[in-house]
Design a binder for this molecule. Structure first.
Ligand code: PHE
Length: 502
């Protein structure tokens, strides 16, 4: 004896009533079941060899957006013709259009078809005229309303007239004809044998209630069996963007390491972005091709005079730092220019101008901008991970240790440091990490100890360890992405597929 569920029985009975073979749509109507329920039943019935699923490619006619609109409101020529007749058979075009409440863009189309269908004619000075008291419904309008009701119809189910109308409405760009897979279900011999014996529909209870238990009815009812191994429907609950998740993680690691977050504006003066960091005003990084300068407003304010003067002097001749400086005439106008910050070191130095006493441990994970050609590895906006430690007697070793700890928490255990150059640090280094998955070392961040030329104008008397590096590289490793543009592309599919927890 085959064990069947209620929906499977209903599907079989519907098929029996419809002579053993018919489209899924017809079964829906006959059985009153939902589409998903019939499809699920069909799958099980096919496994039990009671039903065969026939798939067929067929042409399906559907309304497009404009077609839907006309299906609801009537074709433009129909609306004009009706309005004209109501106005007594003769009236100015504008008046008829107004009465028909027809959108201006449909007026030329309406006039063309009124003429072609012989429903009305245009007399001099835009007067529309008709002798008719009513205009007949033609195949095009019949098809339109059929599609309006049914949504979509198989081409081969239409009679000759309506098929001609398909060509017509397709020409008017109101419908589309697409190839689709149509499914029909058919009873097999075994299926027929079963339904001929007579299926007795036993309704199933899908939920056991306290009532059923206390009344002891549970003994009599048929409980629906669940397939606990069947895959559930996919759900996409709201979640943070994968890149935001990595940002969040970087934040948490810093917080756990005892750092405090600082944030600043995306737009900064060149003073904080460059000058305060002892980058000379003719430094190549400041040029248009690397930096986005604001067109409006062009300039911002400088901090208090004593700080500006000290920065100016340091650039010009080294001021009290023992340095020779860059030896040029420093310009406050250049320093006032507004830029999209090119690094978060701008926020670090701004913070130091107001907080001078150790211990200081602050970080930021924030967005920066560079005038880069967008490629799989570069975007014009990205995020930096930045931090400083200020303390009596802190050294390069502490800096290396801090970064090692940070990256280790990201799962990157092997970190190496190489000497390199930044205008604002001495010594300077870059950190590279070994990525087992890629089997190679990649560069992750720049670091160093701020130079006296940076610290003196801010009045800082203690060593400052500083570092800053890209976040997207980390994110790409974390997320297994090899094109950075994916992170910024609003690709819903990728965002959905990326799990909340790895
Ligand atoms: N600001 C540097 C960059 O954008 C990184 C850096 C920060 C280097 C702090 C040294 C100290 O690449």
């Amino acid at each position: 004896m085959v064990e069947l569920r209620e929906n499977e029985q209903k599907t079989l009975l519907a098929l029996q009533r419809l002579n053993g073979r018919t489209s899924v749509d017809n079964i829906l109507q006959e059985s009153g079941l939902a589409h998903a329920a019939v499809m699920r039943a069909a799958l099980t019935l096919a496994e039990k060899k009671l039903v065969k699923v026939h798939e067929q490619r067929q042409k399906v006619v559907e309304l497009n957006e404009e077609g839907k609109q006309h299906a609801q409101q009537g074709l433009p020529e129909r609306r004009i013709a009706n309005a004209l007749i109501e106005l007594g058979g003769k009236a100015a075009v504008e008046k008829v259009v107004q009465k028909a409440q027809l959108d201006q863009k449909f007026v030329p189309i309406a006039l063309g078809w009124l003429h072609r269908k012989g429903w009305a004619s245009l007399e001099a000075k835009h007067i529309l005229k008709t002798e008719k008291k009513s205009v007949p419904l033609r195949a095009d309008e019949k098809l339109l309303s059929l599609l309006g009701n049914k949504g979509a119809v198989a081409l081969r189910e239409l009679d000759k007239d309506l098929q001609d109308a398909v060509a017509l409405l397709k020409g008017r760009k109101l419908i589309e004809v697409a190839e689709k897979t149509a499914r029909e279900l058919g009873l097999t011999n075994t299926g027929w044998q079963l339904v001929n014996k007579g299926l007795e529909l036993v309704s199933e209870v899908s939920q056991l209630s306290p009532e059923l238990i206390t009344s002891r009815k549970w003994r009599e009812i048929k409980l629906r069996k669940f397939d606990v191994t069947a895959a559930g429907p996919e759900v996409y609950p709201a979640k943070f963007h994968p890149l935001q998740q990595v940002i969040q993680r970087a934040r948490e690691i810093f917080l756990e390491m005892g750092f405090t977050e600082i944030r600043g504006p995306l737009v900064e003066t060149a003073f904080w972005n460059f000058d305060a960091l002892f980058q000379p005003q003719d430094h190549p990084a400041r040029e248009m091709m690397d930096t986005f300068y604001l067109a409006n407003p062009k300039t911002g304010g400088l901090p208090k005079k004593s700080v500006v003067d000290a920065v100016a002097k340091t650039h010009e001749d080294g001021w009290i730092t023992g340095s020779k400086g860059w030896r040029y005439k420093w310009s406050p106008d250049e320093a006032k220019r507004l830029v999209m910050r090119t690094h978060t070191t701008a926020e670090t130095i701004k913070y130091l101008s107001k907080h001078k006493k150790p211990p200081i441990k602050v970080f930021s994970v924030d967005r920066v901008y560079r005038n880069e050609q967008v490629t799989y590895i570069h975007t014009a906006e990205f995020h930096q991970i930045e931090g400083i430690v200020v303390g009596k007697g802190v050294t390069l070793r502490d800096l290396m240790g801090t970064l090692k700890t940070f990256y280790a928490r990201f799962g990157l255990k092997k970190v190496r440091f190489w000497p390199c150059y930044f205008p604002y640090t001495e010594p300077s280094a870059e950190a590279t990490v070994y990525v087992p998955k890629l089997k190679r070392w990649i560069e992750l961040c720049g670091m160093g100890i701020f130079r006296p030329e940076v610290l003196a104008p801010m009045g800082i008397k203690y060593p400052v360890l500083a570092w800053g590096g890209g976040l997207e590289r980390l994110a790409m490793l974390e997320l297994g992405v090899d094109d950075i543009r994916l992170l910024y592309g609003n690709r819903l599919g990728w965002i959905r597929r990326t799990p909340l927890c790895q």
